[in-house]
Unconditional design. Structure first.
Length: 345
């Protein structure tokens, strides 16, 4: 059990703002916000609650923890046997269970990672690292984009370390431009605690074509762009995808754009309202996907983009799920992006 004294980052009040909730979830590895009033636990907010809120396109500015929180949560006492805690987690498909005293005062938390640290996933992972990185010149004149250093190590190495920590050990890396640097650095992956195989593109194959080089697979595949910097728990995307029974899931991250002018809302000739320099939020493709084996079978052995694959599904009337992200995320596509990532580390 994690004691109350170690839960400070996860404890919020009923009137905490939506931003405070996100900060609590992002700053704690426990992936739960505990809503406490007068020492009593009155509600919990999990990663999933926030994602549902994002999917509902709710009013984020005026949201607070009282609106978001789940008051019908599962809890146990300090005397509850650990085997019963595990059973409750498995039956209810949850990773956290608060521990309360007889007066509903929060005294601790059971978390699956603290009960069983041997979690592993057999799902293959493909890191797309074959791009030319032309938009990142001059940084990529001598190195492939995924090998650019962030915080003292290549971006792709940070991804691989995170995957290994989360229990993903079966990794493929798609390489083309200066791919020998990636292969020389990682080898078979044994030094990094994973198994790495390479998908070697003889010529650029777009953002999805190299997936046709995979051997026949029987599990859902996690696919990551090699220039993504994020603290996302990838296992959550896998579970979300597999619950949805769809061919493909795309991670989505809200991207805000500020209009540098006053925007008018009008009816005919009449102006009804002027909003000064409004900020508009759009869900954008985060470069993280999960595909079923049936989806992979549709990819031709030629230059082919992920958008072509997904558009094909939609045109055929098939469902593509979106996984709403609130975690830190950055796509390093331009020199400005790279400098910004470096400045925040």
């Amino acid at each position: 059990m994690i004691n109350f004294s170690n839960l400070s980052f996860s404890i919020i009040s009923p009137n905490s703002s939506f931003k405070d909730v996100i900060n609590s979830l992002d700053n704690s590895a426990l992936q739960i916000a505990l809503v406490v009033e007068k020492n009593k636990l009155v509600g919990v907010i999990t990663d999933g609650d926030v994602r549902r809120h994002l999917l509902d396109d709710a009013d984020l500015v005026n949201s607070n923890s009282e609106i978001l929180m789940n008051t019908d949560f599962i809890s146990v006492s300090e005397r509850t046997d650990i085997s019963e805690v595990k059973s409750l987690m498995k039956t209810n498909q949850i990773h956290q269970i608060p521990v309360l005293d007889k007066n509903d005062v929060l005294i601790g938390l059971h978390h699956i990672d603290h009960i069983d640290d041997s979690v592993s996933y057999s799902n293959p992972v493909v890191i797309m690292a074959g791009g030319l990185g032309q938009r990142l010149h001059p940084y990529t004149l001598d190195v492939p984009k995924p090998m650019l250093p962030v915080n003292g190590q290549p971006m792709i190495e940070s991804l691989i370390n995170k995957l290994s920590e989360q229990g993903f050990n079966n990794i493929y890396i798609s390489i083309n431009y200066k791919g020998e640097q990636i292969e020389d650095h990682f080898g078979d992956g044994s030094e990094f605690g994973v198994s790495i195989n390479y998908l070697r593109e003889s010529s650029p194959m777009g953002t999805a074509g190299s997936l046709s080089l995979l051997p026949k697979l029987h599990k859902s595949v996690l696919i990551l762009n090699g220039d993504v910097v994020t603290n996302l728990d990838f296992s959550r995307v896998i579970r979300y995808h597999e619950k949805g029974s769809v061919l493909a899931t795309v991670c989505l991250r809200n991207h805000e754009v500020q209009i540098p002018y006053a925007v008018a809302r009008s009816s005919g000739k009449s102006i009804l309202e002027l909003t000064e320099k409004p900020t508009i939020s759009y869900p954008v493709n985060a470069g993280i996907y999960v595909l079923n084996p049936e989806a992979l079978a549709r990819i031709p052995n030629e230059k082919f983009d992920m958008t072509e694959l997904l558009d094909g599904f939609l045109n055929d009337g098939l469902t593509v799920n979106g996984f709403p992200m609130h975690e830190n995320w950055r796509d390093v596509g331009t020199p400005e992006d790279y400098r910004e990532v470096l400045s925040k580390r």
